[in-house]
Design a protein around this ligand. Structure first.
Ligand code: UTP
Length: 227
């Protein structure tokens, strides 16, 4: 069965809007598609993680420990999704790539979250995709694809439906310099995918039809990054 890694942003899982209903629907979708592909879902931290990090930073907590707070929240989000999946996934998120690969022998869906300070869950997703030999990675995020510029500042920005790995590296690299959440994918993760030529689909995670199509490798509204 083909392996697919889904990077689920915290901004998709728990933005604070109809989260229980969304998680129930998302769990239903993941259960259904797990009959066709072997799924690895990596959960992000979103604004809850940012809240802990910002509050800790005001307290003078060192960066490494702030990252640990963020990792804790990504793991809580994995447990919450795990609870919604009702037995189809591991209860405790994997802490290593080898551990995730082992869990895939027993579970239809494998949950993973943050691992080490200094990373993001996009990076965990890219490294996991490489480790397990995934056919693609789906980045379920709060926007519906990669744009030529941040659409909030540039009303004439266009969504790019297909780009190459090199274009992704260039765009995420540029995005990183401008402070703010306009980077749809971690720049280091983008370079991992470019090196290993693992296709990436960027899709609005709350659009479940689009998300399902992207996971199954069908045409979807969003951005496909490939050769
Ligand atoms: P993420 O980077 O995954 O969440 O982890 P995000 O940036 O809020 O993205 P979305 O909105 O979920 O897509 C949150 C924080 O947790 C720490 C980092 O501080 C990161 O900013 N973290 C996460 C790590 O240090 N290591 C990890 O492996 C994962």
């Amino acid at each position: 069965m083909e392996k697919v890694v889904v990077s689920l942003g915290g901004s998709v899982l728990v933005p604070g809007e109809e989260d229980a209903r969304f998680l129930r629907d998302l769990a239903g979708l993941l259960r259904a598609v797990s009959r066709h592909v072997r799924l690895f879902a990596v959960t992000g931290g979103g604004r809850v993680a940012r809240y802990y990090i910002e509050t800790g930073r005001e307290l003078g907590v060192p960066e490494r420990r702030l990252d640990e707070l963020g990792i804790g929240i990504t793991r809580m989000n994995a447990r919450l999704l795990g609870a919604a999946l009702k037995g189809r996934a591991n209860r405790e998120p994997a802490t290593s790539y080898a551990g995730a690969a082992r869990l895939a022998r027993r579970h239809a869906i494998v949950l993973m979250a943050g691992t080490r300070p200094g990373h993001t869950t996009d990076r965990v997703s890219a490294s996991l995709a490489r480790f397990v030999g995934a056919g693609r990675i789906v980045n379920a995020t709060s926007v519906d694809g990669v744009y030529t510029a941040d659409p909030r500042d540039h009303p004439d920005a266009r969504r790019l439906d297909r780009i190459t790995f090199e274009e992704l590296v260039r765009l995420t690299g540029e995005g990183h310099k401008a402070a703010g959440p306009n980077v749809v994918f971690d720049p280091v993760a983008a370079r991992i995918l470019a090196r290993d030529r693992i296709p990436l689909s960027v899709v609005r995670g709350r659009d479940l039809e689009a998300l399902e199509a992207a996971i199954l490798g069908r045409p979807f509204p969003g951005t496909l990054v490939s050769d």
